[in-house]
Write a protein of this length. Structure first.
Length: 397
C-alpha cells in the first residue's frame, strides 16, 4: 500500500497554500534542486561537452522514456522523450496518416485540447491532399467511426471537465474499421492507470510537467507500438532520429525503433529535473493512487455541492468516467478563482466558465480537501469574488 504521507514530504509546498493545480503544473520535487544543481556544476561545469558521454545526457531520452513507459503500460524501449507535446502530436499524426494513404478523415472531438486540433489543421494544410478533420461532441465519437477513417486522435481525459474516454473500446472500434489510433495522455499519465500496450494504442503522446512534476517546459513523450516502431516514417527527420547522427550523412536514414522519433537536441537541464521527479514514482502503486484520487474527488464534490449551490458540476459524477480533476461551471468563474487563489487555494480557470481543480494524492490529502471546501464556501457564500481586482484577466488563466 502506497504511503502518500511519505510522498507529500518529497515536494516543496508553500505554507498556507492548498495546491489543486497539479493537473496544469506539478509542484517542485525537493530532490530536483540538488539534481539540477549537480547537472549544472558537476556535469556541465566540470565535464563540459564530454557530459554527453560521461554524464549520459544523450541516453537520457530513452532512459526517462522507459520510466514513463512503465506508468502508461508501454512495452520497454517504445517510449522516448524530447521536444514539446505539440511536436509529438504532429509526429504521431503525420506518421499515422502516411500509413493510411487511401483514407482522408481524422476524427477527434470538440473536447480535445486545442493544440492537438491546431496541429492537425496545420498538417492538413501542408499535405494539401484532401484530408479533413472531424470534431463531433465527445459522446458522438463512436458513431463517427467508419470505413473512411484514417486516424482517431483523442485526449483520454478532457482538459476542461475531466470526462474520460474509454480507451480500449474506442481503440478497438477504430482499428476494426481499419484506422490507426493516437491517444493524448496529457491528463492521464501520472493521474490514473494507463495500459497502452494491452489497450492496443498505435501511438500515444503526453507531457511531463503536469502530474509527472517535471517542471515548466519539461519535455513531452511519444509512444509507438512495437508493430509500427520500425516502419513508421518520421515526418520530422531531425538529426537525432537518424540511424547514425554522428556520421553526419547528408541523406536521412531513420533510426531503429523509437529512436526515429527523436528530433532535436535533448533539454539537459529539464531532463535532470524530470529524472528527480520520476524517481518518486518508484514507490507508487498506480491502483493505490487511483483509489485515493477517486476518494478525494468524491469528498470534494460532496462538500462543494453542499455548501455552494451557485456552482454546477461540470465533471462526470461517475468516477469511472472521470480523470483526476473536478470542474464546476460558474458564470463568474474567473473572478471566483482569483479570490480563491488570494486565499491560498490554487486551481485554475478554463473558458468560458470552468473552475478547475486537480487532485494529486502524491501531495494532496483529505485534510487539504476539507480546508479547501471551507475556503470555497466562504468565497462563494459571501460573494468575496465580487471585487474589481479579481475581474482583471491575466495572460495565463
Amino acid at each position: 500500500m502506497t504511503n502518500f504521507s511519505d510522498t507529500k514530504r518529497l515536494f516543496e509546498l508553500p505554507d498556507g497554500v492548498i495546491y489543486l493545480d497539479g493537473n496544469s503544473l506539478g509542484p517542485l520535487p525537493k530532490s530536483a534542486n540538488k539534481r539540477v544543481a549537480q547537472t549544472i556544476s558537476a556535469e556541465w561545469g566540470e565535464m563540459l561537452i564530454t557530459g554527453w558521454n560521461k554524464a549520459g545526457w544523450m541516453a537520457q531520452p530513452a532512459k526517462l522514456g522507459n520510466q514513463i513507459g512503465r506508468l502508461i503500460g508501454a512495452e520497454p524501449d517504445h517510449t522516448v522523450i524530447g521536444d514539446t507535446l505539440s511536436i509529438k502530436v504532429y509526429q504521431a499524426l503525420a506518421s499515422a496518416l502516411d500509413m493510411r494513404p487511401d483514407r482522408k478523415v481524422i476524427l477527434s472531438d470538440r473536447g480535445n485540447f486545442p493544440t492537438d486540433l491546431y496541429m492537425a489543421e496545420g498538417l492538413i494544410r501542408s499535405l494539401d491532399n484532401g484530408h479533413r478533420l472531424v470534431t463531433p461532441a465527445p459522446e458522438e465519437v463512436e458513431t463517427n467511426i467508419n470505413s473512411d477513417l484514417a486516424v482517431l486522435m483523442l485526449t483520454e481525459v478532457d482538459y476542461r471537465t475531466g470526462r474520460r474516454h474509454d480507451m480500449a473500446r474506442l481503440t478497438k472500434l477504430a482499428q476494426d474499421a481499419g484506422a490507426l489510433v493516437i491517444w493524448d495522455l496529457a491528463h492521464s499519465a501520472g493521474a490514473l492507470p494507463v495500459d497502452v500496450a494491452n489497450g492496443g494504442a498505435d501511438f500515444a503522446v503526453g507531457c511531463t510537467y503536469k502530474y509527472l512534476n517535471g517542471g515548466p517546459g519539461a519535455p513531452a513523450f511519444i509512444y509507438v507500438a512495437p508493430r509500427h516502431a520500425n516502419t513508421a516514417r518520421p515526418a520530422l527527420s531531425g538529426w537525432l532520429g537518424h540511424e547514425a547522427p554522428f556520421a553526419f550523412d547528408l541523406n536521412y536514414s531513420a533510426g531503429a525503433g523509437i529512436e526515429r522519433m527523436r528530433v532535436g537536441t535533448p533539454p539537459v537541464l529539464q531532463m535532470a529535473a524530470l529524472e528527480a521527479a520520476l524517481a518518486i514514482w518508484d514507490d507508487v502503486n498506480m491502483d493505490d493512487l487511483r483509489a485515493t484520487s477517486i476518494a478525494l474527488c468524491n469528498q470534494f464534490i460532496a462538500g462543494v455541492e453542499a455548501a455552494c449551490p451557485d456552482l454546477t458540476l461540470a465533471s462526470p459524477r461517475d468516477a469511472a468516467r472521470r480523470g483526476s480533476q473536478v470542474s464546476f461551471h460558474f458564470e463568474h468563474g474567473y473572478a471566483a478563482m482569483q479570490a480563491l487563489i488570494a486565499r491560498g487555494v490554487i486551481g485554475d480557470f478554463r473558458a468560458p466558465d470552468i473552475m478547475r481543480f486537480g487532485f494529486t494524492p502524491l501531495y494532496i490529502d483529505e485534510g487539504d480537501v476539507a480546508q479547501a471546501i471551507d475556503i470555497i464556501a466562504d468565497v462563494m457564500q459571501n460573494r468575496l469574488w465580487d471585487r474589481p481586482e479579481y475581474k482583471t484577466r491575466s495572460a495565463v488563466t
